[in-house]
Write a protein that binds this ligand. Sequence first.
Ligand code: TXE
Length: 495
Amino acid sequence: MTALARFENTIDGRTQPSASGRWFPTLNPYTGAAWAELPWCDGADADAAVEAAHRAFISGDWPAMTATARGKLLRHLGDLIARDAQALAEIEVRDNGKLLAEMVGQVRYIPEWFHYYGGLADKIEGAVIPSDKPQMFTYTRREPLGVVVAITPWNSPLLLLAWKLAPALAAGCTVVIKPSEFTSCSTLALMALIKEAGFPDGVVNTVTGFGAEIGAALVSHPKVAKIAFTGGDATGAAVYAQAAQQIKHVTLELGGKSANIIFDDAQIDDAVRGAISGIFAASGQTCIAGSRLLVQRRICDEVTSKLVAVARTAKLGDPMQATTQVGPITTQPQREKVLGYIDIARNEGATCLLGGRIPDAPGLAQGWFVEPTIFGGVSNDMRIAREEVFGPVLSIIPFDDEDEAVAIANDSIYGLAAGVWTGSIRRAITMPDRLRAGTVWVNTYRAVSYLAPFGGYKKSGIGRESGKAAIEEYLQTKTVWINLASSVPDPFVMR
Ligand code: TXE
C-alpha cells in the first residue's frame, strides 16, 4: 500500500504536523477513498497559531510595513495563485468533488481579490474632524482589528478563504485559518505561496482538525479579535454566541433558501437555464442555491417540463472529466442529509418529478452521488421549502401574481439571494426593492465579483464580503484629540 500524501500546517512561518503527532485522512468524494492525511490539531496547536498571529500583529515586520508595501505583497500573492491555479484546483477537486472546469475557473478568478484589496490597502484613510472646540485638533485613524480567525467550509475552500484573507491582510490584520476538516488540502498548499510572496512569519497561520474540537479554542481565545465564518447556520450561531462572551467582532456568511422567481413575461428558455445553474451546478452545494423555484402559474407546466427534460440529460460522473456536468456530494454526512430531505419531501406530499435516488449507473457506485432531483406540488410551508438542503434538490412552487411571489420569497428565515426572470423593465427594478435578500439577480443567477458586496439578510448572516464594504469589517476607528492650547483649562469641567 502506498503511503498517503501528507499536508502540514504553517504556524509562525514553519510547516509542522500537529502537537500531538496525530493525523486524519481526507477523502475523495468521487472514489470514496482517502487520498491524503492532515495534522489532527487540538487546543495546543490552536493556541500556538493564535500566539504566533498575535506576535506578528504587535511586533516585527508586519506592523512596521507601509500600507503600500502590504498591498504589493497581496498583489504578488495574487500573481502566484494565478500561476498555480490549475494545481490548486486539482487539489480542490480531489477534496470536494466539484467539477474541475468550475474549480479551475474559480481559482483563476481568486487573484482578483488579492489584486483588488492589494490596491485598496493604501487607500484606507482617516479624517480630520472639524472641531467645535477652540484650539483642538481632532482626527481619526482606521486601524486593523488584530488577530482574525477565518473559518471556512468545504464547498469552495479557497474562494471563500480569499473573501476573508485578502481584506483582512489589506487592513493590516494577522490571520489564523481553520479550513473545513473535509477540504483542508488546498489551504495548506496555498501557504507555500504566502511564504513565497514574502509575508512575514506568523502573519498567516493554519490549524487543521475538527471544528467541534478546535473551534472553541480558536473562537474563545482572548487574543483573537474577530471571527470571519462561512458555514451552516447552527455552527454560525454557536460561534456568534461564543464570540459574544468576549465582545469579539464577527462576520457570518450562513445558509440560504433562495427564491428564483420566473414571471410569465420572461424568456422561458433562459429562465430554465438559470434555474438549472441555480440548483444543479456544484450539485446544489452553494449557499446561493436557488432551491425554491417560484413559477407564475400560467407557465408552470411548460417550465416544469422543460426543466425536467434538461435536468434528465445532466451527465453525472468523474469531476475531473470535462464532459461531466454533475459531480458527487462532497461529504458522506452531507449525502445522508440530502437523501433525508428527499424522504421528508415525499412524506410531506411533494411529487418527485425527477431523480430522488442514488444513481445506479456503472462507475458511480463508489462516489457519493445523488441524482438531480425536482419536486413539484411544493408549498412554502413544507420543510423542503423552509430548510437548507445544500444538494441538487429543487422545489417548484407556483404563484399567481407579483404580490404573492414577493410574499412567498420573503417568507423564509433566510435572505441570502434571490433571482427574478422577467421581460418587464418595471419588474426588473421594483422586484429587487421588495425582496429581502443580500443579493438579487435579474435575468441571471450566481454572479459574484470581488467588486460587489456579498452577504445575507436575516439568518443568512452578518456583515459583507467583497467590495469596499468588506475591508470595513476588519478595521476599527480611533479618534485622536490634540490640545493646541498652551494651558489646560478647568479640570472639573468636560471640554
Ligand atoms: O458545516 P459547519 P457542515 C450548511 C449546509 C450544510 C450544513 C452543515 O446546509 O448541510 O451547513 O455543514 C467549522 N466552532 N453549509 O457541518 O459545521 C467546521 O470545521 C468553530 C452552508 O460541514 O458549519 C468548518 O470549518 N468552528 C455553507 C466550518 O465550521 C466550527 C457552507 C463550517 O462547518 C465548529 C457549508 C465550532 N464549534 C455548509 N464546528 C455556506 N454558507 O456556504 C464546526 N466548525
